[in-house]
Design a binder for this molecule. Sequence first.
Ligand SMILES: Cc1cc2nc3c(=O)[nH]c(=O)nc-3n(C[C@H](O)[C@H](O)[C@H](O)COP(=O)(O)OP(=O)(O)OC[C@H]3O[C@@H](n4cnc5c(N)ncnc54)[C@H](O)[C@@H]3O)c2cc1C
Length: 432
Amino acid sequence: MKLTSYWYDTAEPSGDYRRTPVPETADVAIVGGGLTGLSAAVELARHGAKVVVLEAETLGWGASGRNGGMATTGLAIGMGTAISRYGRERAVAMHLEYDRAISTIEDLVDEFAIDCDFERSGKLALACNQRDLDGLRAAQDEINRIAELPDVTVLDGADLGAEIASPFYVGGMVDPRGAGLHVGKFVHGLAGAAAQSGAYLCEKAGVASMTPHGAQTVLQTTRGSVRAAEVLIATSGYTGKLTPWLRRRVLPVGSFIVVTEPLGPELAAELLPTRRMASDSKMLTYYFRMTPDNRLLFGGRARFALSNPDSDLRSAKVLRKAMTTVFPALRSARIDYTWGGLVDITLDQMVHTGMTKGAHYSLGYSGHGVQMATHMGREMGLYLAGKSESYPWAGDKFPAVPGNLGSPWFLPIVGAGAHVVDGWNRLTGGRR
Ligand SMILES: Cc1cc2nc3c(=O)[nH]c(=O)nc-3n(C[C@H](O)[C@H](O)[C@H](O)COP(=O)(O)OP(=O)(O)OC[C@H]3O[C@@H](n4cnc5c(N)ncnc54)[C@H](O)[C@@H]3O)c2cc1C
């Protein structure tokens, strides 16, 4: 079993950027080389700005190279909560922005001919009990009212069997707008597009400090400094000491994934005939999909721990057990890959943008960053290139997470509570 991301193991980098010189000056310096940073760099460079991406490790090393590759519709908090929190008009606009974000990926894939298996295979939201299925039915009406095409359907019984071969779920909701992609190939494709458009991509260039210099900022990196007119922080769940104000507002929550051996086309078609991007209604959600080469990718918050080889191996055991509960047919399937990464959860589970200490930021994708990071990178890039007057979500209140001073000591306690709730719901079928 490899302790590395399947996506990165099966994709070719567009180049080696570990020795790209850090330029002395830039119009925009971006801290973080994931989907947010790279997508912003593409936009800035093609509009003629001198832009440098400063990445402490390698491009896509953070969550962008470690996720499920699932670009799924809908807000992390769901429509009901969004309407009660923001009012109907704003909630609908937010929902549609998440939908539009998938089109942003599609546009980039087409425009730069990025070969990354992008496919609108659809999203499958699964209910573990009758109460959650009723919740999906309510959501279906709401989404069909606001979506451009009223094509979201709820399934149970034999209809569900046409979507998934699992005894674990009582029903599901299908939204055909969801998409899957090979996220390793996509990250490398974006990096190639940014480099071709003239962006400076600097790997192994961690930013240690940012100091105001007149109207500009000097960023000191591990291999040289750059003076920039504008700065974009794109550090997501890997936000650290450089930006303490942001660090208190983002919870870095570990999420883990296992990937099986290739299952062959017959078994893959039996388990997930429509190859949709699936996630379920548990508090500690399981999410899964087929990879382009017919392996099952199965993820979840297996343990409330950070990713390291020991932690990833322990999480793999938990996830393997969960996977065989959902798909008993995989009892003897070999696990070829396991890894983990950090998801950037905010208190309200919404995206946040704005400025702190002279630097713009975009983060808080709360598990929806495949499309939202790509989309927000583009929006931030357009703004910083002078092509738009503002960016979405700016000016929203961004509350700190109580007790989060950089190391979220309380996460294992929250995780244990969520395990208890999931166990209770399984016993009682979700009845209160
Ligand atoms: C296991 C897992 C599964 C997920 N599955 C999904 C999914 O299926 N669908 C979905 O929509 N979302 C998913 N996500 C979330 C999604 O991957 C992220 O929201 C998204 O990739 C964030 O992109 P980003 O560019 O903002 O940040 P990242 O990709 O995390 O990049 C941040 C980068 O900043 C760098 N950095 C930090 N500090 C510094 C510094 N001082 N100097 C220089 N560089 C620095 C880090 O090295 C890192 O590479 C998942 C996340 C994980 C971990």
